[in-house]
Design a protein around this ligand. Structure first.
Ligand SMILES: C[S@@+](CC[C@H](N)C(=O)[O-])C[C@H]1O[C@@H](n2cnc3c(N)ncnc32)[C@H](O)[C@@H]1O
Length: 208
């Protein structure tokens, strides 16, 4: 009975290893993937291995993490939609972080881990008017943020609102934009696509 929780279907894109993976139907699924798409299977295994080795890293491609490592420091301001490992990781690296979450349970899980850091962490749950979640950034002046991470809900609306809030030279990082997210408002930014065979993370740098 106690073991049941370890076999529950994991929630969230970043969950790396869980006994759920070893249930017979998941093993059959994995074998089918291996037979039909060995490159994806190999990439998936390497993502799992990376996550196990780096339990504190955001659920983004290693190239995007390397880019953030290089460009961020304690003088920088960051904003993110969609909290998780990235929130704790960013909080340790920037001078100030604003993070917006819409899942109550997840919010209360992450919140205690931000103690001692300069973070404004907002829960704007599904009960709030939909525009409040992407609209949270509109309270800040134009060009205020050095980094904006779009990794939560309502991605197209978040991108639209982010454009004027990023400083020249700063970047808007959009995770899984390849899954039908409208990035047209970023057409004048320099686009740096990154991919690990499983996840796709685009970095858009504001040049002017
Ligand atoms: C892709 S996750 C955000 C990941 C984060 N930016 C990072 O890089 O670590 C997007 C959303 O999924 C939801 N989520 C992810 N894992 C969850 C979990 N285990 N339980 C509840 N919600 C989860 C949260 O609402 C979160 O805002």
């Amino acid at each position: 009975m106690m073991l049941k929780k370890y076999f529950r279907k994991p929630r969230g894109t970043g969950t790396s290893l869980n006994l759920y993976m070893f249930l017979p139907h998941r093993i059959i699924h994995a074998l089918k993937v291996l037979a039909t798409n060995p490159a994806y299977f190999k990439a998936r295994l390497s993502t799992i291995s990376y996550q196990l080795k780096h339990p504190d890293h955001p659920w983004l491609t290693t190239a995007a993490i390397a880019y953030m490592t290089e460009t961020l420091d304690s003088t920088k301001r960051a904003f993110e939609w969609g909290s998780g490992r990235s929130t704790i990781w960013l909080a340790k690296r920037v001078g100030h972080l604003v993070s917006v979450e819409d899942n109550r349970e997840w919010y209360h899980k992450i919140r205690p881990r931000l103690a001692g850091h300069s973070v404004d962490y907002f829960l704007i749950g599904p009960e709030n008017p939909q525009e409040q979640y992407p609209g949270r950034i509109l309270d800040y002046p134009d060009g205020h943020f050095d980094l904006i991470l779009v990794d939560g809900s309502h991605r197209a609306a978040c991108i639209r609102n982010a454009v004027s809030k990023i400083v020249i030279g700063g970047s808007i990082i959009v995770d899984n934009a390849d899954q039908g997210v409208n990035t047209a408002p970023l057409k004048n930014f320099q686009k740096i696509p990154t991919d690990n065979g499983v996840w796709h993370t685009d970095i858009f740098v504001r040049e002017a």
